[in-house]
Design a protein around this ligand. Structure first.
Ligand code: GRF
Length: 195
């Protein structure tokens, strides 16, 4: 199962996925490329872990969405990588229906809350400020409504009374680093069917 990782930032989840593949614990999944919508995104550095291409994909004129010519060129570039799966790991950009249709049923996203609670940006802070006693992370299929596609799997993170926003963030990220590689492994082995 060939997959492409798309992100915008640090790429700690991309690193966790590629480290898992390197360690032989990603089933039949094979990372083939990383794409980022920011030229300076650290996620691009992680291509070196498995010596796969890591490319800046020009995002076009919009700050928060991918549309028009840029969307078209992303589709073309990603098609050349021939992915069976696209993994959104911190992509801070809304994908529109033409992109989602081009890779119908083959895009998954990682979100740092127990969806449907706290969709959108700053999910960990929102959960912390709300005072929930449990939060976590979710991997779901991507549909045109942001953070609302069918849930594939979730991991639970209890919030301790002593937690600060920083300690809670660290716990949620640690849970993500387990959950996302595990979902990719299960998809590659057919334990979770590709749509
Ligand atoms: C993660 O918390 C993910 O849930 C969210 O963006 C963050 C990406 O972190 N969508 P990283 O770039 O993988 O370190």
């Amino acid at each position: 199962m060939r997959f492409v990782i798309l992100g915008s930032g640090t790429g700690s989840n991309a690193k966790a996925i590629l480290d898992a593949e390197k360690a032989g614990s990603l089933g039949r999944a094979k990372a083939v490329a990383i794409g980022a919508d920011r030229e300076d995104a650290t996620i691009l550095d992680h291509g070196a872990i498995l010596d796969i291409p890591a490319s800046f994909l020009h995002p076009g004129p919009f700050k928060t969405k991918l549309e028009g010519e840029a969307e078209h060129s992303w589709i073309q570039q990603i098609c050349q990588w021939k992915p069976d799966l696209i993994v959104l790991a911190g992509l801070l950009r809304v994908l529109k229906p033409p992109f989602i249709e081009a890779f119908h049923g083959r895009i998954i996203n990682l979100h740092p809350s127990l969806l449907p609670a706290f969709p959108g940006l700053h999910a960990i802070e929102k959960a912390f400020e709300y005072g929930v006693k449990f939060t976590g992370c979710t991997v779901h299929w991507v549909t045109p409504t942001v953070d609302a596609g069918p849930i594939i799997d979730q991991a639970l993170v209890p919030v301790a009374n002593t937690d600060t926003i920083e300690t809670l963030e660290a716990k949620v990220h640690a849970a993500e680093h387990q959950l996302l590689p595990n979902v990719i492994r299960r998809l590659s082995l057919g334990d979770i069917p590709l749509a």
